[in-house]
Design a protein around this ligand. Structure first.
Ligand code: ADP
Ligand code: MG
Length: 637
């Protein structure tokens, strides 16, 4: 102990030196003081913890040894320091010493024995060391105690926090022991599961989370350990006290406390979320079902298309749009055309399609979209047939294709042509009698004049010759017209003036009218020239005029009138006949509809088809005073 100090207090320097010398072998540090005041001052100011003993001279000027000792003992800090008085006075010392108590004060008489001094000092130093040790141990104890207290406080605090978290948490918290039984449940858990506060304690977690019960050993410890180690959030169902179940997410964790294993289980009621999820799932299912149905519908419609395609009486073909390669045709197409798909590779004479009525416009082009285009097509055995062609771009298996549908109208066209011819023939037949009569009249006139000429010896007034020539011209005109009607001329349109056609037909119509005591008037207004098939227009005018004449009684006047109105040339045939009743009006134009004993019922049907070919419409206005047929030819077409 090298920092142990010994204080020596003596007013005599030689005494001090003697004491120092006596104690020098002990190897302690000496603090030498020349007076009681100095010693007290030192003890006040310096660190005195290392002072093991004070050797105090009793007889000193100023404060003597006893007084100094009294003051040292009076002070808290220095009270414990042992004091050894060194004195020459022997008599009263025993009495004095009693005032200081035993153990901490001793004395030596002068002249002192150095060995005795050393022993006493050593004993006191040892005592001092004990004291010091005890003090430091005490201090350490105090420190440990306060540390312990702090640790305890911390523990209490963290426990309180944990409790607070557990008890205020909206999630349930269950603390489980190492055999999967509940040790403690927080308030949320109790509430969620419908138990009273302590009822959960001691129950197996499997009662709350049946999915944790291992089906093999009916114990949930194993699954608990596995899941706790994984730390995952698990989805499942939890069971309330009353047996009802609800969707729950739960998480398991494990911890060691003082060498014991615990599990923490937190459960969250996710019924709401689950319901929403279910709803979502239901919606997804519904959508899927919708999709499936629409797919089915699509499939059905594809099947329908397929059926329609194969069974359609129309010639149906599908071309790939990008290279216009024929990819599929139906039976009807094959039987009508005589071709097969393979034939389409030899492009040269494969099914030639042309517009039936070549206009100035573009020729027919495969790959373009058309609606009811009148066409002709050539079959494999070089027959020319008529058709109405429509085409459409469709998608088959994500490939753009051209669907081409041709309605074969060869029969219809032939029938129409036939009908036209038939009508012409009928008309011609009907008119034959009247015409014969008309021709007979001038012939009779001429015959009369010629008889007269012979009777009178070959002289004749030039007036009569003019009359005869006039009669001959009239007859010739009628015959020409008659013949032209009977001719089956093929249709062709030219830019013509409708008025001139009416004028040239006039003698024929008038002949017809006069024969039955009626009259005809024409009123030709300004009309623009237009594309007309002369034969057809003449026939239309004749048909309508004859109908008008037939509808009238003797004395009736038929009027044929033309004018231009709102971008149209209008032709009107106006009669003063019986009119057409409502029921018949609807049937007008139907082939073979007739109210006449020897009628054909074809006249109007032919008129309607002619009008259609000329882009014209026919309006009928009928009443008690007669009937007006108005044919309006659109001029811009
Ligand atoms: P048809 O003259 O051979 O009977 P049409 O087709 O020319 O055949 O006429 C059909 C029917 O329409 C006639 O039978 C007649 O009843 C009626 N009809 C046509 N035009 C007139 C008209 N101007 N006045 C009254 N009835 C008419
Ligand atoms: Mg008729």
């Amino acid at each position: 102990m090298n920092n142990t100090k010994i204080m020596i207090v003596d007013d005599h320097k030689e005494n001090l030196l003697a004491l120092e010398a006596a104690l020098s072998s002990l190897n302690y540090e000496m603090v030498s003081m020349r007076s009681g005041e100095d010693a007290l001052r030192y003890l006040l100011k310096e660190d005195i913890r290392d002072i093991a003993v004070i050797l105090l001279d009793v007889q000193m000027p100023g404060i003597n040894g006893f007084e100094t000792a009294q003051l040292i003992k009076a002070r808290e800090n220095s009270r414990e320091i042992p004091i050894i008085f060194i004195t020459a006075i022997s008599k009263s010392i025993e009495n004095v010493l009693q005032g200081y108590g035993v153990g901490s004060v001793d004395y030596l008489f002068k002249p002192f024995h150095p060995e005795l001094l050393k022993l006493k000092v050593e004993a006191f130093v040892k005592l001092h060391h004990y004291h010091t040790e005890i003090r430091t141990q005490g201090e350490a104890l105090l420190k440990r105690t306060s540390e312990l207290e702090e640790a305890n406080n911390q523990l209490a605090r963290s426990e309180a926090i944990a409790r607070m978290i557990a008890e205020t948490s909206i999630d349930t918290v269950l603390i489980l022991n190492d055999s999967a039984h509940i040790l403690k449940a927080n308030e949320a858990a109790v509430k969620m599961l419908g138990y009273s506060p302590t009822e959960l304690n001691g129950r197996c977690i499997g009662e709350v989370l049946p999915e944790l019960v291992d089906p093999r050993d009916k114990v949930c410890l194993q699954t608990l350990i596995e899941n706790a180690a994984a730390g995952k959030i698990l989805e499942g169902q939890a069971v309330r006290k009353d047996g009802s179940r609800f969707y729950a997410d739960y998480q398991l964790g494990e911890d060691m406390v003082q060498g014991r294993r615990f599990y923490v289980c937190s459960i969250r009621d996710v019924t709401e979320r689950k319901l929403q999820l279910d709803l979502l799932e239901k919606k997804v299912l519904e959508r899927t079902e919708e999709l499936r149905q629409s797919n089915e519908r699509l499939k059905k419609s594809q099947e329908r298309f397929k059926k329609m395609f194969t069974s359609s009486p129309c010639l149906t073909a599908i071309y790939r749009l990008k290279d216009l390669q024929l990819v599929d045709v139906n039976e009807s197409w094959k039987s009508h055309t005589g071709f097969s798909i393979a034939d389409s590779y030899q492009k040269s004479d494969f099914m030639e399609i042309k517009k039936a009525e070549p206009t100035d416009g573009e020729p027919y082009q495969l790959g373009q979209v058309y609606r009811n285009l009148k066409i002709t097509y050539k079959t494999k055995d070089k027959q020319l047939r008529d058709g109405l062609l429509s085409s459409e771009i469709i998608e088959i298996d994500d490939e753009k294709c051209l669907l081409q549908v041709i309605v074969d109208v060869t029969e219809k066209v032939r029938y129409e042509k036939e009908m036209t011819r038939f009508d012409q023939l009928t008309l011609v037949g009907e008119m034959a009698a009247g015409i014969a009569h008309e021709i007979r009249n001038p012939m009779t006139t001429i015959r009369g004049f010629l008889q007269m000429w012979r009777k009178e010896g070959g002289s004749m007034s030039p007036d009569f010759v003019d009359i005869m020539l006039g009669e001959l011209d009239r007859a010739n005109g009628i015959i020409t017209e008659y013949l032209s009607l009977a001719k089956n001329k093929s249709s062709h349109r030219e830019t013509k003036q409708i008025n001139s056609m009416i004028e040239s037909l006039f003698p024929l119509i008038q002949a017809e009218a006069l024969m039955t005591g009626k009259d005809v008037k024409i009123e030709c207004g300004a009309c623009k020239e237009m594309l007309l098939d002369e034969m057809e227009i003449r026939q239309m005018i004749l048909n309508l005029s004859i109908n008008g004449l037939e509808a009238m009684d003797m004395g009736g006047v038929l009027k044929i009138r033309t004018f231009e109105e709102e971008g149209c040339n209008v032709l009107e045939i106006i009669d003063q006949g019986c009119g057409i009743n409502e029921e018949y009006l609807r049937k007008l134009g139907t082939p073979f509809f007739t109210t006449k004993e020897k009628g054909t019922g074809l006249g109007l049907a032919v008129c309607y088809s002619i009008a259609a070919r000329h882009n014209a419409t026919i309006d009928v206005n009928s009443g008690a005073g007669g009937t007006v047929f108005s044919i309006r030819f659109a001029l811009d077409a």
